[in-house]
Design a protein around this ligand. Structure first.
Ligand code: NAI
Length: 471
């Protein structure tokens, strides 16, 4: 077949998979290959059971897989034949060495670039899709140019991804904007245009914005910092609500009506999670520190500080309401994913809560509609969370549905805002629980007055607290 162009995506994860599958369905004239070094992940992408859960993703993949969309471990082959190469590998927070716990680990970016340079036999547009510190494109260029064959050009673009997990497909079909940064040289601008032409298959031109590389890289960190800041802002106010008898939902509604503020991202909760917010803010903080901008670093660091504070505050409230002890009590966590409509548990608030309850020697029951048992056991066995799998197996029981998880429990804790938790038969659950039966709503999901009619003691983040304050 005569393809108009060939695209390769290195990294078949939460970003590379959905993003390039959507490119494939919207650009039938392009061949899209999504490659990964992890053969299990690629096998899953080629099966009926995709490695990530994302509403609408199955249909997109089924519509174009093995037509113009291919999942393969043949990284080199895909690099050689493609004109445009997305680098969509993971960039986690460094766990050791310089900048440990703050800076982004760019090992995977570097090895992807070295691979591209080694095997490329023609010029390529290399697109930085991963979220990276500002000026990473410069390092990529240095690695590519130092390792490539003579006469081969690499043009590097920054094209950060703004999709949100749980709504990735809708976000990708109708993005608020597509951002493409390039060097402002004739070659840079030509590369920018080539990538814009791909997106223009379905994104209106006025939503494809172009700018210089460094602005584009920094815009992604800035967007995540500002989004997380809104959550920490409303969460800090939720503490004030609990202390005064104000209701954080009412406060958020009132302030959100101001068109300068707007209603989105003002939902209080037990904490934000996910692989990006904390990592990207810490990355920004590290960048500020390395540029000697101490005050700016401190300012953004507080967003993460409040997030941790919020989890601890919630746990303290739970323990206090449960008569100041949870030792040997059955605490049922409903939800383990970091938000609804995803099976992703990275930085999930539920992990932090489970850790605190394990520390208190509680029996923790867990149910999540999408997260696998293996994932839960693995997350909770991490150093810093527990002493390892033995402790986890002793203290944690995983259930296949909410009703059996709640049986005989002293308390339910809503950790994830899954829709199905709103539709549970709480009368039945109440009967099966120990009394007094408590519900701690970390997502402001349930109707507390209805639950109180059944007999539950209900404590909700940011809401008047009858048990602990008497409001
Ligand atoms: P992920 O961990 O799900 O996927 C990354 C994949 O890259 C893994 O499957 C890994 O095996 C593969 N990989 C690593 N090095 C490789 C190499 N040298 N060659 C081939 N494959 C390689 O990560 P995720 O969540 O997709 O994130 C990717 C990037 O996108 C990160 O920088 C992240 O910050 C950014 N991002 C993530 C968003 C999200 O919602 N998860 C949203 C926007 C950006």
């Amino acid at each position: 077949k005569n393809w108009k162009g060939k695209i390769c995506c290195i990294g078949a994860g939460y970003v590379g998979g959905p993003t390039c599958s959507v490119i494939a369905i919207k650009c039938p004239d392009y061949k899209v290959s999504i490659v990964d070094v992890n053969p299990h992940r690629i096998a899953a992408w080629n099966s009926d059971d995709l490695p990530i859960y994302e509403p609408g993703l199955d249909d997109v993949v089924k519509a174009c897989r093995n037509r113009n969309l291919f999942f393969t471990t043949d990284v080199d082959g895909a690099i050689v034949e493609s004109d445009i190469i997305f680098v969509s590998v993971n960039t986690p927070t460094k766990k050791h060495g310089l900048g440990s716990g703050m800076a982004a680990d760019l090992t995977y970016i570097e090895s992807a670039c070295r691979r591209i340079a080694q095997v490329a036999t023609s010029s390529k547009i290399v697109v930085e899709k991963s979220t990276v510190p500002c000026r990473t494109a410069e390092s990529m260029r240095a690695i590519l140019e130092a390792n490539s064959r003579n006469g081969i050009r690499f043009d590097i673009l920054s094209n950060p991804e703004f999709l949100a997990e749980g709504t990735a497909i809708t976000d990708l079909f109708g993005p608020d904007r597509v951002l493409i940064g390039s060097l402002q040289t004739p070659e840079g601008l030509a590369a920018q245009k080539a990538l814009a032409d791909v997106y223009a298959h379905w994104v209106p031109r006025d939503r494809i914005i172009t700018m210089n590389l460094w602005s584009s890289e920094l815009s992604k960190l800035a967007a995540n910092a500002l989004l997380a800041q809104r959550i920490s802002s409303i969460n800090s106010l939720s503490a004030l609500c609990e202390a005064t008898g104000a209701d954080v939902d009412e406060v958020a509604f009132a302030v959100g009506k101001d068109s300068r503020i707007g209603p989105k991202f003002l939902k209080a909760s037990v904490a934000f999670g996910g692989s990006c917010f904390q990592k990207d803010i810490l990355n920004l903080v590290y960048l500020c520190e390395s540029l000697h901008l101490k005050e700016v670093a401190e300012y953004w660091r507080q967003v993460v500080v409040i997030n941790e504070y919020q989890k601890q505050r919630f746990v303290r409230r739970i323990v206090h309401a449960l008569f100041d002890t949870v030792t040997s009590k059955k605490i049922c966590l409903l939800g383990f994913a970091f938000k609804k409509n995803t099976g992703d548990t990275r930085e999930s608030a539920a992990i932090g809560l489970a850790k605190y309850f394990m520390d208190e020697d509680a029996n923790v029951h867990i149910y999540d509609p999408k997260v696998t048992d293996e994932q839960i056991l693995m997350d909770l066995s991490e150093p810093g969370i527990s002493s390892g799998i033995e402790e986890v197996k002793k203290k944690i029981t995983i259930f296949k549905d909410a009703y059996s998880a709640a049986e005989d429990a002293d308390a339910l804790v809503i950790c994830t805002e899954w829709d199905e938790f709103k539709a549970l038969d709480y009368q039945t659950i109440y009967q099966a629980m120990k009394k007094p039966a408590f519900i701690f709503d970390g997502r402001l999901l349930l109707d507390a007055s209805e639950l109180r009619k059944i007999g539950f003691k209900v404590e909700t983040i940011g809401k008047p607290s009858p048990a602990t304050r008497g409001y």
